[in-house]
Design a protein around this ligand. Structure first.
Ligand code: NDP
Ligand code: MG
Length: 385
């Protein structure tokens, strides 16, 4: 019997995850179809992608780029939209089966909620959605029976370890971290690091924002929160291990002491593809892991003193309510300010912590509370710069 192609909306198709998702689609034209592609600013790349993949629609979030995009695709039978409202509408289309959330930051929250309400399968790369509103989003996903499948490599690894385990009890999640470019730096050396240094990740080639988050290890903090909501574990059941080789993508320890891990070369196309084909595995080109050539796999405890953002994320999780939402926006503001050379590396943590102290705590946030909290955190954080 001929298999029906999965029709995929990629939110953020011009980014690191988005372009790799299109490579996966190109490798399996019999399985997948790009139904919707979206970007924020990069019109030229979006146009090239649209010409190659012939989606039904494209969206440019930045409305000022709309005339340029429309003009460039005038000879194509492709619908062209702009604005963040359009992102929320396209994911609801009947022609879409899967929504891959590969846009960056808080901007991912609203379109993801729309996709959940429209009962789409969510392939979730945009971890900020779960950092900001993990409780609300996972509850909605249950109510609307919209599966959320992880794309983040660690969470995909955990998800792969859990396949076939039914209700077997998890003791611990062993969340691995590369340690980023500053793993071996002293606190003194960290004081003067530049954005250029922070943007040179040892193992992964990713978008700028997440690369900086990896340097501060805020990314790992986000992933702790993401794991808490995706897998329903308590914060104290999540252990972070620094594993500089990035070969063990994460592991799960079960109630009988058995540990299952998923290993592979660092290549995001695998977790992207697994989220699109689950529960099946499909062939994928690329390098294979060579255990003989690897030499050693090492694991160390994270240095919480040197990487206080990690501790802050655990703290946000313990506080609950809107705490992680505040942390997320403060981090977005400081991450960008650091890349622009407006603040130093150590200011990132300091200003996030201050923002968290200043924005009022809400124990039981609704969707509206998150929107208001995000705006207030933005205001407070900008004021600190
Ligand atoms: P990139 O910065 O490379 O790409 C971001 C994409 O989102 C681009 O298409 C960009 O458009 C678009 N975009 C940016 N801002 C907005 C906005 N305000 N509204 C709508 N679209 C927007 O990011 P990554 O691909 O690295 O990361 C995407 C998400 O996946 C992040 O949440 C990240 O944490 C997560 N992730 C990424 C991994 C990776 O390996 N890169 C690994 C694990 C998770 P334009 O190109 O026009 O600017
Ligand atoms: Mg990750």
């Amino acid at each position: 019997m001929e298999r029906k192609k999965k029709r995929i909306a990629i939110l953020g198709s011009t980014g690191s995850i988005g372009t790799q998702a299109l490579q996966v689609i190109a490798e399996h034209p019999d399985l997948f179809e790009a139904e919707v592609l979206t970007a924020n600013n990069r019109v030229d790349l979006l146009v090239a992608q649209a010409r190659q993949f012939q989606p039904n629609a494209v969206v440019i979030a930045n409305e000022s780029k709309y005339p340029e995009l429309r003009e460039a695709l005038a000879d194509q039978p492709i619908k062209v939209y702009s604005g963040s409202d359009a992102l929320c509408q396209v994911v609801e289309s009947q022609e879409v089966d899967v929504v891959l959330t590969a846009l960056v930051g808080f901007a991912g929250l609203l379109p993801t909620i729309h996709a959940i309400r429209a009962r789409k399968l969510i392939a979730l790369a945009n971890k900020e959605t779960l950092v900001v509103a993990g409780e609300l989003v996972t509850q909605l996903a249950q109510t609307f029976r919209a599966p959320i499948l992880p794309v983040d490599s660690e969470h995909s690894a955990i998800f792969q370890c859990l396949a076939g385990e039914g209700n077997n009890r998890i003791d611990k999640i062993l969340l691995t971290a590369s340690g980023g470019p500053f793993r071996t730096f002293t606190k003194e050396q960290l004081r003067d690091v530049t954005p250029e240094q922070a943007l040179r990740h040892p193992n992964w080639d990713m978008g700028a924002k997440i690369t900086i988050d990896s340097a501060t290890m805020m990314n790992k903090g986000f992933e702790v929160i993401e794991a808490r909501w995706l897998f329903g574990v308590k914060p104290e059941q999540i252990e972070v291990l620094v594993h500089p080789q990035s070969i063990v993508h994460s592991a799960v320890q079960f109630c009988d002491g058995a540990v299952k891990a998923q290993l592979g070369v660092p290549d995001m196309r695998l977790p992207i593809q697994y989220a699109l084909t689950y529960p099946d595995r499909m062939s994928l080109s690329g390098e294979r892991i060579d255990l003989f050539g690897l030499g050693q796999l090492t694991f160390e405890r994270p240095d919480r003193d040197k990487f206080p953002c990690l501790e802050l994320a655990f703290e946000a999780l313990r506080r609950g309510g809107n705490a992680a939402c505040v942390m997320n926006r403060a981090n977005e503001v400081m991450n960008l300010a650091f890349r622009q050379g407006r603040i130093g590396y150590n200011d990132i943590f300091r200003n996030i912590e201050r923002t968290m102290d200043r924005v009022p705590f809400e124990a039981a946030p609704t969707f509206e509370t998150y929107i208001a909290t995000d705006a207030e955190a933005q205001r407070v954080a900008e004021d600190l710069i």
